[in-house]
Design a protein around this ligand. Structure first.
Ligand code: PMP
Length: 281
């Protein structure tokens, strides 16, 4: 397997992580996951812009310009031969003697590699189950930080209950999933949490909102409660890896009839059309 290490593409075995790398000790860094279809990156510029924003928000300079990173990632993609899967990128604040405060002269370290992964076709067609759990994460969920313990614990709770996702509840309000954004449909209106500090501003969430606009589906980017979740007509999650995926059961109770709803299906179809466009490039 080849990896991007700083600005070089090398064999995985040659990549050396220092014991004092701040990503390893503090989770001090940011990351992105970009989906690849037909060997092409999907919404790469949007992901790289978010990576830049995350870095700025944690007061970290990228080690080299974003355009150079984009070129290196495209080279990595070519070298890897990946057709369908994920492109993972992380940037650590770098290596320095352990001390919480920022080091004065560490160079941030970029690491990226590809993972083959098929589209979750069964989940997309049949829908998945979810649980609800308390949102115990910090108050800057808009930063795609390497610190993921809150998400890890929530996801494991879902897995322990035989579910695919944990829907997070803060003060009675649904924020998002442990690694996804959450939408409900109520009386023909699409609801999702506003893009503030309590959620990650998902790229797939943004694509879904654009599609809804094109299809003239009314949208409310407003908080909704756990009670409203349980009385929704439809529910779905969005993410780079799960696309637009119906949620058909929450905490063991069916969402409406317990099958994917018509608006979810409409959005899924439009999303698939965008993927198909990459095939002809
Ligand atoms: N929220 C959280 C907490 C996530 O980790 C993710 C996945 N990165 C998302 C939402 C979905 O974001 P995107 O559509 O950009 O993958």
């Amino acid at each position: 397997m080849v990896v991007l290490y700083d600005d070089q593409i090398i064999e995985r075995e040659q990549a050396r992580i220092d014991p004092e790398d701040r990503a390893y000790q503090f989770g001090d860094g940011v990351y992105e996951v970009i989906r690849v279809y037909y060997g092409q990156p999907f919404y790469m510029k949007e992901h790289l812009a978010r990576l830049q924003r995350s870095a700025t928000e944690i007061r970290m300079n990228l080690p080299y310009p974003l355009e150079q990173l984009e070129q290196r990632l495209l080279q990595l993609l070519q070298r890897s031969g990946l057709q369908e899967g994920n492109l993972y990128i992380q940037i650590s604040r770098g290596t320095a003697p352990r001390n919480h405060a920022f080091p004065s002269n560490a160079r941030p370290l970029t690491l990226a590699y590809t993972q083959p992964s098929p589209r979750p076709v069964k989940e997309l067609s049949e829908g998945v189950s979810a649980i609800t759990t308390e949102d115990i994460r910090w108050l800057r969920c808009d930063i795609k930080s390497l610190n993921l313990l809150g998400a890890v614990l929530a996801k494991q709770k879902a897995v322990d209950h035989g579910s695919k996702e944990a829907i997070l509840v803060r003060d009675g309000i649904i924020t998002e999933g442990s690694s996804t954004n959450i939408f409900i449909v109520k009386d023909g209106v699409l609801w999702t949490h506003p893009a503030n500090h309590l959620i990650l501003h998902g790229i797939t969430r943004q694509i879904t909102l654009q599609i809804a606009d094109e299809l003239q589906i009314p949208v409310k980017k407003q908080p909704f409660s756990k009670e409203e979740l349980f009385t929704a007509d439809e529910c779905f999650l969005t993410s780079t890896t799960m696309e637009i995926c119906p949620i058909i059961q929450i905490d063991g109770k069916p969402v409406k009839s317990g099958t994917p709803g018509p608006i979810t299906r409409q959005l899924q179809q439009a999303f698939e059309k965008q993927i198909a466009l990459l095939q002809s490039r």
